[in-house]
Design a protein around this ligand. Structure first.
Ligand SMILES: Cc1ncc(COP(=O)(O)O)c(C=O)c1O
Length: 460
């Protein structure tokens, strides 16, 4: 049999024409989002002041298995897709494992991550609706960069609230975002009511994704012609990210492979939701039974130690309530270097799949062991991985080492969501051995859980 190549490419004409909506195959739908004022399930009319109409429709769509990707979005996808599926031969050799390790490399575009898959779609729908601009939050900066790029493609104004600790840790990230023409504001800021309140209550706050979301939503809903867009968590984002899994599945089919294990890091859940979606579809419809693993930081253990409850998606409690695994909307994680994984909640789709046992496993890993994996990967595979992505690498290595012990030839697929060229402060801390692992105590978590709303009747 011919040797499987190191890079498996699809042709541009093989870019999927439709996204896959896993909700159409889910046995149990996640509970609906609730309007924060009435506590009733949100309707299209509730979402339209915040989101573009077409995206709000996607958010609520639980029946259409496939949704057409607009031609203009596919045109822009052609600039950086299909992304390669790589066979990690050198990592396999270094680990001396019989496992076959594949990774989908989503970091090969200028924004450096998978986030462009959704930002292009979201900017396209905003433009098609005739809007002036969009607002958003960004943690690590990848989403802000991806959205700034997409807004330039479609001629939209873009305001990015960036979590203050990332803004300070990564001065060059903001220059990139600036260069793409977006405004970038450290959060908590003094440009919104909620930002001013948080600055007053917690002077010197380093911010969180939850706070930045509150600010971005407030700006969008108080300025004519603006809507808010989000880079993760929402159903629409998982839908757009399904392109990762669809391409990975098609590429694996070309070489006669199917994964035994699918691994992704999980912050808000979009890349994992995306890479696993068609394989999850197979599991839900009884065609195959791959093992899915979500990897999160031990410092922000949403799935492994969180509660499955209705909670706000932001710290300022202005967004709808979502039924999800959560550490509490007031939980502020320690300043871990994987900014994109510092989120208190988790996608309602992933949360439901985890609750029902279809997303088989969640693992929390410590950041120094994540950077050990990142270092090894960089040395043998050449790509300097983002700290977020390195969480998936850690577990892929651990699984491959288990295969070494058992002699099993499992096929492992993980998502390499991005590159770490803006994360050199993190690599410096690792190289200089000043990096530490902060794991919240049960008492720390209790403080966060206390911020989960106790609204009569909704938590049953
Ligand atoms: C490179 C990278 N990977 C992963 C994530 C986590 O996001 P999600 O869980 O939505 O895939 C982020 C978020 O910022 C990111 O920048």
């Amino acid at each position: 049999m011919a040797k499987i190549p190191y890079k498996i490419y699809l042709g541009e004409d093989e870019i999927p024409k439709q996204w896959y909506n896993v909700r159409a195959d889910m046995k149990t739908q996640h509970r609906p989002m609730l309007n924060p004022a009435t506590h009733k399930p949100v309707q299209l009319a509730d979402l339209e002041p915040v989101f573009c109409t077409e995206l709000a429709k996607q958010e609520l769509n639980e029946t259409d298995r496939y949704i057409d990707i607009p031609e203009e979005v596919r045109e822009h996808y052609r600039m950086f897709r299909p992304s390669p599926l790589m066979r990690a031969y050198y990592l396999e050799k270094a680990l001396d494992t019989p496992a076959k390790i594949y990774y989908k490399f989503e970091g090969g575009n200028t924004s450096g991550s998978h986030k462009l898959n959704s930002s292009i779609a979201q900017a396209y729908y905003a433009k098609a609706q005739g809007l002036k601009g969009v607002t958003t939050e960004t943690g690590a900066g990848q989403w802000g960069t991806a959205l700034a790029m997409a807004c330039q493609y479609f001629g939209l104004d873009c305001k990015v609230y960036m979590v203050k600790c990332s803004y300070e840790q990564k001065p060059y990230r903001k220059e990139v975002i600036h260069t793409y023409g977006a405004d970038i504001i450290p959060s908590p800021s003094m440009t919104t009511k909620i930002g001013c309140e948080i600055n007053e209550r917690f002077p010197g706050s380093t911010g969180s994704l939850g706070t930045a979301i509150s600010e971005a939503v407030e700006y969008a809903t108080t300025h004519e012609g603006y809507r808010y867009v989000l880079g993760s968590v929402l159903n629409q984002v998982l839908l757009h990210q399904s392109i990762i899994g669809l391409e990975a599945k098609a590429a694996l089919e070309k070489v006669g492979e199917y994964p035994d294990i699918v691994i992704g890091c999980a912050g808000g859940g979009s890349n994992l939701g995306g890479i696993m979606s068609p394989f999850m579809g197979d599991k839900l419809t009884g065609k195959a039974n791959p093992h899915f693993i979500a990897v999160e930081p031990a410092s922000c253990p949403t799935l492994t130690r969180g509660k499955f409850a209705y909670d706000f998606c932001d710290t300022g409690m202005v967004t709808p309530l979502a039924k999800m695994y959560t550490l509490g909307c007031g939980f502020i994680p320690s300043a871990n270097h994987a900014g994109g994984l510092r989120y208190h909640g988790m996608s309602p789709i992933l949360s439901q799949l985890y609750h029902d046992g279809y997303l088989d496993e969640a693992r929390a890993v410590e950041q120094t062991s994540v950077f050990e994996a990142a270092e090894m990967f960089a040395k043998v595979e050449g790509i300097l991985p983002a700290p977020e992505s390195s969480h998936a690498i850690r577990v892929a290595i651990d699984e491959a080492l288990k295969c070494k012990e058992s002699g099993e030839e499992k096929t492992i697929l993980f998502n390499l969501t991005g590159t770490g060229y803006f994360d050199l402060a993190a690599y410096k801390a690792y190289n200089e051995k000043t990096m530490n692992d902060y794991i919240p105590t049960d008492a720390d978590l209790e403080k966060g859980f206390a911020t989960i709303p106790h609204i009569e009747g909704i938590q049953e």
